[in-house]
Structure formats: C-alpha cells, structure tokens
Ligand binder design. Structure first.
Ligand code: APR
Length: 252
C-alpha cells in the first residue's frame, strides 16, 4: 500500500474527525458545476451587456423595475433545468455525518436544499421567494410573468426578488447565526467564493483570529488563501467528495 489515495494531510483529517463544530461558507463556485454562472463569470446572451452590479441594486430596481424583474425571472427559470452537483451532495453527506455542521451560503439558488441539506443559512436571500418592495410582505403565490412586475396582493406595491442587493443589509438573523458559527467552530471551510463581498468575507478572518482551522476549496486563490491553514485549488465537485470520503470513508 503506497500510502493514502488522497492528498489530504493526516493532521487535517484528525482535526476534522475530532471536530464538534464545523462551519461551511459557500459561494457561486459551488453551483458552477451545476451549470450556473458565478458572479465574476461573464453573463450570457442578452444579459451579457449587464454586470450583476448594474442589476442587483435597489437603485436599478427603482430606475427600471421590469428590467431587474426580468433578470431574476431569467435566473429563476434556469433553476428548473439545473441540479445539485457532487459538491452540494458531499456537503449534505457531511451534514448528515456531523450534526455540528453549520452550512452558510451566499447563493440564492436553493441547490443546497435540493441536495438535502437542512437549516441552510442563506446570507443573501433566495431567488425562489419574493417580497413587497413597499410593505415587505412575502406572498407565497404571485403572478410569475417574466416580463411583468407583479403587484403585492396586500398593498399593490411592486414585488421584488427576496434577495439581498448591493448596498442592502443582510437578514440579521442569518448574519448573527453565521457570525456565531465562525466564532465557535473548530474548523471553517470557505468553498467556491472569491471572498470579495462583505460581511460574508469577514467570517473566515474571524476564524483566523481564533485557533479554528481555516480551509479553502476554490478554483483559484483568493484574498483569504494566505490566511488559510489549508487551501485546495480546483473544482469543489472534485475536492469535496474526496475529502468527505477521506474523513469518513463514506464511499461517496
Ligand atoms: N469549484 C470551486 N470554485 C469555483 C468553481 C468550481 N467549480 N467555479 C468557480 N469557482 C470560484 C471562482 O474562482 C471564484 O473565486 O468560485 C468563486 C466565485 O466567486 P464569485 O463569482 O465572486 O461569487 P461569490 O463569491 O459567491 O460572490 C459573493 O457577491 O455578487 C455578490 O451577492 C453576490 O453572493 C454573491 C457575492
């Protein structure tokens, strides 16, 4: 036997096996292998002329609600044809084996939940729900026409995607839970995120300031990489199943 058939250092595996609490922060890179573009990838087709920063803002919605609504309707329509990938499934497996796992995501695509992960902390909201831009109500049903901004059934205001736009505050409960996880975890994974957007990007630094183990899994280095105890660069869908298998021998 010429040693383990995985590249993970034994001290890392030991720390993960002994961990009572593990926190995971994911970004768009975790959904990339499902076929969803990341934020820093160029947009496609009609939407290539816009950058997310042009559309994902309250000002953009104020200026042209129908354009913003159409972009989110386009992104929501993509969800019907994509599925969780091995990265999502490996994180669900990790959560099944580690009751102390907290899964925090910046993604709004709901793919973690579709992979079976429970209690997902959605820092930036979700594409799958809407809220009224005037009264804040979250209707469960709405007229989901891609080119017509629906009206709130309660007050008649314009409905908007229930996501966090640039410049908006995050859902306070979700942020508090994510910060608590970063403060108390034995190990923290930053997976598929460029680490450019606050306050999510500060979670990894919080772990660094304690003696938590900081691990990055990302296609390329990020500003967090130099702070990490371990950094595995490449596809999350390749690394994560191998890591879970190495830690638990789950035969993924
Ligand atoms: N496996 C691992 N990492 C990947 C993969 C993959 N298959 N594909 C892409 N990546 C990496 C990219 O290298 C990049 O570093 O995922 C990261 C995605 O970064 P961003 O596109 O910036 O997405 P994210 O970090 O989630 O953005 C954070 O910014 O635009 C706002 O609110 C939006 O939630 C989003 C936030």
């Amino acid at each position: 036997m010429n040693g383990p058939d995985h590249p993970f250092p034994a001290p890392l595996l030991e720390r993960l096996r002994a961990a009572q609490k593990i926190a995971v922060l994911t970004g768009a890179g975790v959904s990339q292998e499902s076929g969803l573009r990341t934020f820093r990838d160029p947009q496609e087709g009609f939407w290539a002329q816009y950058s997310p920063e042009d559309l994902a803002t309250p000002e953009a919605f104020e200026r042209d609600p129908r354009l913003v609504w159409e972009w989110y309707a386009h992104r929501r329509s993509q969800l019907a044809s994509v599925h969780p990938n091995p990265a999502h499934r490996a994180l669900t497996e990790l959560g099944n084996r580690l009751p102390g796992l907290t899964l925090i995501t910046q993604n709004v695509d709901g793919l973690h939940q579709r992979a079976g992960s429970r209690d997902v902390i959605e820092l930036h909201g979700t594409l799958t729900e809407v809220r009224c831009s005037a009264c804040g109500q979250r209707p469960k049903e709405w007229n989901d026409h891609p080119r017509v901004v629906p009206a709130c059934p309660d007050c008649g205001g314009l409905l908007r995607p229930d996501v966090v736009w640039f410049g908006e505050i995050l859902p306070q409960g979700a942020l508090a839970a994510a910060m608590e996880a970063a403060r108390t975890c034995d190990a923290f994974f930053s997976i598929g995120t460029s680490g450019l957007v606050e306050p999510a990007a500060s979670l990894g630094r919080t772990v660094r300031q304690r003696n938590g183990v900081l691990i990055e899994i990302n296609r390329e280095p990020t500003p967090l990489t130099p702070l990490c105890d371990y950094a595995f660069h490449g596809k999350a869908g390749d690394w994560l199943p191998r890591l879970v298998d190495a830690v638990f021998g789950s035969g993924l």
